[in-house]
Design a protein around this ligand. Sequence first.
Ligand code: GLN
Length: 547
Amino acid sequence: MGTKFIFFTGGVLSSVGKGVAAASIGRLLKARGFDITIQKLDPYLNIDPGTLSPYQHGEVYVLDDGSETDLDLGHYERFCDLRLKKTSTVSSGQVYGEVLNRERRGDYLGGTIQVIPHITGEIKRRVHLLGESSGADIVLIEVGGTVGDIEGQPFLEAIREMRNELPREDSAFVHCTWLPYLRATAELKTKPTQHSVRELRSIGILPDMILPRSDYPVDQDICRKIAQFCDVPVEAVVPMVTADMLYAIPLELEESHVADLLLARLGLKARHEPKLDGWRWMIEELKKDRPVAKVALVGKYVELQDAYLSVREALKHAGLFCDLDIEIDWISSADLPEETVDERLADADAIIVPGGFGTRGIDGKIFAARYAREHQIPFLGICLGMQVMVLEFARNVMGIKEATSAEFDSKAVNPLVDYMPEMKGQERMGGTMRLGLYDVELAEGSLAEKCYRTRHISERHRHRFEVNSAYCEQLEEHGLKVTGQSPDGDVIEVFELEGHPFMIGSQFHPEFLSRPNRPHPLFVGLLQAINKRRGLSTEKLKFGFED
Ligand code: GLN
């Protein structure tokens, strides 16, 4: 069997949940025994989102190979339990960059370079490349943006060409739209969906399935109307009603037989009955009333929760296994003056200081770390959060008042956190950090080892600065222990505070490897510490599931 391709496009407006739809359908196909992989085609001109502010695009999600990607890749990895590579992320910037490099090299000597066929050709090459390199049976491809966007046109043209070039049974098209609700007449309107499908058809793409998203229940009449005007069978109009729980969406789509419809369209038969027992178990558990735990997340971009999407999800995953319903208290670190800290954090069961960049809001993070240390509140510092934990300790326990990071003050006298040697003199900003999977060795008997149940781990990174090892002896003498290092000992990866129930900082980002079926050991450790403080059993409900 050749590789099959399912393309996802969006209409009416952005943020309708195309990424979650693709990820959910991926899960349903995987549950039927197919090897799947997913790709995001992003029409923006940046090479990758690594240089974008989280306010623009939410968090930057990092893959094993160090690719800095759109947060949808996180949905794909979590929903489908995948480890994706660079080939799963394509932007206009990469496509144009590649074509222009070839032009300079002389590959097109004598020719005029054009959007069609050169840019579209490079897009198609990258879609096929993922199919070939992954060996997947089915490749799901999400086209970012909305039909009608100028930047998106070459991508739509490329997938239209693929539709013609491939045998008819090798591609399927799913279009995700939005149904606006008119309060005055209490009705959902289908016209924008009709228009977006018309737009799609005018470029030669006929959707096989339409997923209209709505905040309100969608009745059969609406589906029939969409089917009639958009020329798809009524069973292929599958409403996606906004769910309380993101992870419930695959099961909702399963009830509408979405995967079977797509398989039939692709001339495939499920390899076995859908294996979704673990997933169903998870949804049942998530619906149950569980004791609430309040986790304060002290960060700079809290107004946009998507900026910390993976941390939020990792907490959810761990909550499920520690039998806690996690309520996140989003605290803006730039808005946390010292005199308000005690009151603001008084009801926090745990505190997280996540990753971040730049000076704004650093003081608030330092106050939060101090509060956690002094009040024995379980604390997890991630990347910048770990660096902050070290600075706080140096300032308030070791008395190095001016302890700082070279990131905040390049002429610092006491740069407890400094440029990594290989980053010095690096002026380019894109893709130049220490990125992706690196091994970490944990210290014997450490809390980190207890969480992971092993001393050898591999975690995803994204940083330019590191804790200055010249200060480690002093830090350790005062009780802040180095319990994780790179195998060559050059990079300090984990700190933990002696005599505190759970105060850990990691230079890496544990949140990127958390899965609903495999919660991350450090997040589990953090929540177990909450249970322990409450005198509850720290036994996990069930450790992971497979399906
Ligand atoms: N800004 C810090 C560094 O570059 C931390 C990065 C992060 O939190 N991802 O080292």
